[in-house]
Ligand binder design. Sequence first.
Ligand code: IPE
Ligand code: IPE
Ligand code: MG
Length: 259
Amino acid sequence: MSTPTGPRIPRHLAVIMDGNGRWAQQRRRPRVIGHRAGTRAVNQCIDFCIEQGIEALTLFAFSSENWGRPQDEVGALMKLFMNALDREVAELDRRGVRIRFIGERGRFNEQIRQRMDAAERLTQGNSRLNLAIAASYGGRQDIAAAARGLAEDVAAGRLQPAEIDERLFASRVALADLPPPDLFIRTGGDFRISNFLLWQLAYTELWFTETLWPDLDAATLRCALEDYASRERRFGLTGAQRPDSDASGAAFPPDETSA
Ligand code: IPE
Ligand code: IPE
Ligand code: MG
């Protein structure tokens, strides 16, 4: 349902799952224990979205820059990722979750790539929740790849430079078929985007919490949703231009491309 400031429940939630390492360090355990604990929170977050009727959830699991972490941590994360793919995909499919991965898939090993492909194929007909896992993902890389694709089209004579506008560009970045994220949540207490969905977050409402990712619970997520519901999204217009206002006449939101 549309309300003056947009739907009260976000259609698309984007999450930076941060704080696993610190969660483990607080317990004097190796960082990998925090990553393992973090997988439970992933399930919590997915359950919450399904219960709330959120249409799309994008989770930042591993950034382009995270490849630069110590080898043993990267190795442990890859193992966890493999295990999660083996363990969780069938159940997510049963629950009607469509799974996709965004990011540079070529950087993963063959076994992981095969499991990613298989998960996408298995769940492609599902529509209850659109789950995107950003893995080996970087917002700058995403934008550069879109630019490269457009340049290739121009070089091949399929496209005129003058045809390149925001709408066309938006169709070439990741998640082009989804509405842009309405709400962004970052756990772990840092106030930054860390190269997540740079293009897609242009008008997203941002919400930050000190809660470390493995400690995430439904109460924290409810807090974020309550805060979101209280915000006035103006998309660069004035409050008076909102659709419930007498003065309204503007398209709203102005040019948020939503499929
Ligand atoms: C997020 O937790 C998970 C990944 C980046 C893979 P971190 O590992 O970044 O945890 P902190 O920020 O060091 O506590
Ligand atoms: C962002 O967290 C990436 C993921 C959660 C996957 P980081 O821990 O890598 O970000 P920085 O280094 O604190 O900016
Ligand atoms: Mg971190």
